[in-house]
Design a protein around this ligand. Structure first.
Ligand code: SAM
Length: 310
């Protein structure tokens, strides 16, 4: 039985930042809402600590875990982390969001370790725009996507944060690319987290226009009720999901997530840092599973919709 918060929202998903380190630096990156940037090469949580937190989470009814960061593939022990989490009884789904840069060599071992689906950040197919926006090389991300498909990941989702004045015009090309590859495209609205107010105002763009086109061409439209009521547009031969969080009370009312920061704090909401619950320190001080469960319960009760319905 899943935990429920004071608004009746079940807690089903955990998003764990397993590192703050990254091999690119996307201009728009929200860093999963963590304030501080990585300032050392040492990871804050060990493999054992990540797995223990995951086990406690699953014992409380959380059945989906997503690994994020930073860039999760920066960790040397990433395959072991996946293997141990995938083996937790009761967990139905382990996934990862990655920039794909290191996936070329890691896709197969990760698949073997138990990762079956992956989200890969791809804001554009334009070489220069990609490099300017991320500091990375597009060819590496594309090689990672190819390797993920070949390794058997299903689905592979491409995460495209849509930015006004940068990549809005690339959306049709990205849909075509997803169709050719047989992958899902996820269009994501820019979150106002860890970007300056100026950057947000300049680049934030509601996806209304894109959604109107998708609505007209879709053969079927679905709603992911347990995933913030996100809409899924099934077009002929390709699926496009839209993530529209900004000032969206419906999105928040259907949030079933909690985060774990890279330094071991339970984070009830992406948008806030004033209600974190430290779980790593008690864990290191010898807390029992029951005591760790209590910390989850406490953090769960601090969950509340950031955008409330009026
Ligand atoms: N490095 C990994 C990656 O690129 O997927 C994991 C970390 S990244 C913060 C996780 C996801 O957040 C990516 O899909 C990325 O596109 C998305 N993201 C990053 N900054 C965002 C922002 N300001 N608004 C909305 N989504 C964002």
């Amino acid at each position: 039985m899943a935990l429920k918060d004071n608004c009746g929202r079940p807690l089903l998903n955990l998003r764990i930042s397993i590192t703050q380190r990254c091999n690119i630096h996307c201009a728009y990156c929200h860093r999963e809402g963590e304030v501080q940037r990585a300032n050392s090469s040492a990871e804050k949580m060990t493999l054992e600590e990540i797995v223990r937190i995951s086990k406690v989470a699953v014992s409380l009814g959380i059945y989906r875990i997503k690994l994020t960061g930073g860039e999760p593939l920066m960790r040397q022990d990433i395959c072991e982390i996946v293997r141990c989490i995938a083996a937790i009884p009761g967990l139905r789904d382990i996934s990862m969001t990655t920039n794909g840069i290191l996936l070329d060599t890691l896709a197969k071992p990760l698949f073997k370790a138990g990762l079956k689906r992956v989200n890969i950040s791809l804001p554009t197919l334009n070489l220069e725009t990609y490099n300017k926006l991320t500091g990375g090389k597009l060819e590496n991300a594309l090689a990672g996507i190819k390797a993920a498909i070949e390794a058997g990941f299903s689905p592979v989702k491409l995460n495209m944060v849509v930015l006004r004045g940068v990549n809005v015009a690339d959306v049709p090309e990205m849909i075509e690319f997803a169709r050719e590859l047989g992958v899902i495209l996820q269009l994501i609205e820019l979150d106002p987290v860890n970007v300056s107010r100026e950057y947000f105002v300049k680049h934030h763009r509601l996806l209304d226009e894109q959604e109107a086109i998708l609505r007209d061409t879709a053969v079927k439209i679905e709603t992911r009720r347990l995933m913030q009521n996100r809409l899924i547009y099934h077009l002929p031969d390709v699926t496009v999901e839209v993530v529209h969080p900004t000032e969206n009370s419906d999105f928040c009312m259907h949030c079933t997530r909690m985060r774990v920061t890279s330094d071991g704090k339970l984070k009830p909401c992406l948008m806030r840092n004033d209600n974190l619950v430290d779980i790593l320190t008690p864990l290191r001080n010898g807390a029992t599973d029951e005591e760790l469960k209590e910390l989850f319960t406490k953090a769960n009760l601090l969950r509340e919709p950031f955008n409330k319905s009026k």
